[in-house]
Design a protein around this ligand. Structure first.
Ligand code: C5P
Length: 408
């Protein structure tokens, strides 16, 4: 694990889940790592565990109320002092409140007043976890840059098996660490990310498309923003909210995506083409809905513009990164695309592998650079995969700009 940065103040928010007892262990681990930890508990958390336990272990007062006559603006002073807010366990209730800006107790008021980065580790019953409103709230928080450490599958307090168990301490600690150690290593860069599918209309109600949720591209946009870059996201149709502080241009077709990429390309220093662009489109688009008349319908298709390959001649010293979603012969096909499109890096995944590809929150990718060197990443969340892709890009940038280095 990375080392814990010196003298960091973490606010540990504990909410009313049966997993609240596990926050004691999280507190201990944070303290052992050298963090200063202030614990804030909601009133339902106190039904599960006493504030005294946290007070003794943190060697600091535990705060539970917004209304304490001795310190009227505690939520503001704490909000300014802390380097990170960790809410573990986070109930469906606290997630719903924070995602909707409700501030009706000390913890939620503090979150509203603070601009510190936030990590949340949800824990709840499987049915609650799958509740669509909860999932929508989580994607709102995700869009705002909150790092969600997803719960795991296993035996739940209800006696049922399902997803909802608080993530292991190790994972929560490592999320806290990576958030605290986050480098601004893309400051000064303008990163253009494409994401999602394109849709190529046949008629006013039908289109050809590729399967793509846009999650990988959105995770990259968010991660690049977190590392200090200006980020422009050119997105095909998705249901995802625009990540905070990212400029988004919405497009539908490959031709529109090409136009948007060309529009922003002069300002771009790093292009990441994560979009699943349709390779073919109908040669003719009917103005009227096609009628079900013939027993066989022949469609005539023509290739769409290859956005990446077309930019090859204008790229200058920009870093260009592409994606290759394959169903076999992964490395061979990825290498061919890398060469054909003149890329610095290609991110290849075999979408037939379990845990990789469309609509999932995880991915399994192999990175290949222009020297043919490959790095196979394990199954990771798309957020973590995005960070690893950016780590590789930062390395490539350092290597491609020797003038930036001081040679002795
Ligand atoms: O579709 P294909 O596997 O060739 O995509 C490889 C890379 O090329 C991806 O990064 C994709 O975004 C990009 N691409 C493109 N223009 C196309 C098709 C794909 O830029 N028309």
């Amino acid at each position: 694990m990375e080392s814990f940065p010196h003298d960091k103040h973490v606010l540990l928010g504990v909410t009313g889940s049966i997993a609240a007892y596990k926050s004691v262990l999280i507190l201990r681990r944070l303290m052992e790592a050298g963090a200063r930890v202030t614990v804030v508990m909601t009133s339902s958390a106190q039904q599960f565990i006493a504030p005294l336990t946290f007070q003794v272990l943190s060697r600091r007062p535990v705060y539970t109320s917004l209304f304490d006559p001795s310190d009227e603006i505690r939520h503001l002073t704490l909000a300014e002092q802390v380097d990170l807010i960790l809410i573990a366990p986070a109930t469906a209730n606290i997630i719903g409140k924070i995602a909707n800006g409700i501030a009706d107790d000390l913890l939620t008021t503090l979150v509203t007043a603070s601009r510190a980065p936030m990590v949340m580790a949800p824990a709840m019953d499987g049915d609650m976890w799958n509740y669509p409103v909860l999932q929508r709230n989580l994607s709102v928080l995700d869009g705002l840059g909150v790092h969600i450490v997803p719960p795991e599958e296993g035996l739940l307090a209800s006696g049922k098996e399902g997803v909802g168990r608080l993530a292991p301490e190790e994972k929560i600690l490592s999320a806290v660490l990576s958030r605290l150690n986050r480098r601004e290593d893309l400051a000064g860069e303008t990163v253009l990310v494409t994401a999602g599918p394109t849709q190529e209309p046949l008629d006013p109600v039908r289109y050809l498309t590729n399967r793509s949720s846009g999650k990988m591209g959105y995770a990259l946009a968010r991660a690049a923003r977190g590392r200090g870059a200006r980020v422009i996201l050119v997105s095909g149709p998705t249901h995802l909210p625009c990540p905070a502080n990212v400029e988004r241009a919405l497009v539908q077709t490959a031709a529109e995506m090409r136009d948007a990429v060309h529009r922003y390309f002069p300002e771009t220093t790093l292009l990441i083409m994560a979009a699943a662009v349709a390779d073919y489109r109908p040669r003719l688009r009917s103005e009227q809905k096609l009628k079900k008349e013939a027993s066989t319908l022949f469609l005539e298709l023509e290739p769409t513009p290859d956005i990446l390959a077309d930019l090859r001649s204008e790229r200058g010293d920009r870093i260009m990164v592409g994606f290759a979603a394959e169903t076999g012969n992964l490395l061979k096909r990825a290498r061919a695309k890398l060469e054909q499109k003149g890329l610095d890096l290609i991110v290849a995944n075999d979408v037939t592998q379990e845990g990789a590809g469309f609509d999932l929150d995880t991915n399994i990718v192999t990175l290949m650079n222009a020297r043919g060197e490959t790095t196979a990443l394990p199954k990771l969340s798309k957020a973590e995969t995005a960070e690893r892709i950016l780590d590789e890009i930062v390395k490539l940038k350092a290597g491609s700009r020797p003038k930036d280095r001081t040679l002795r």
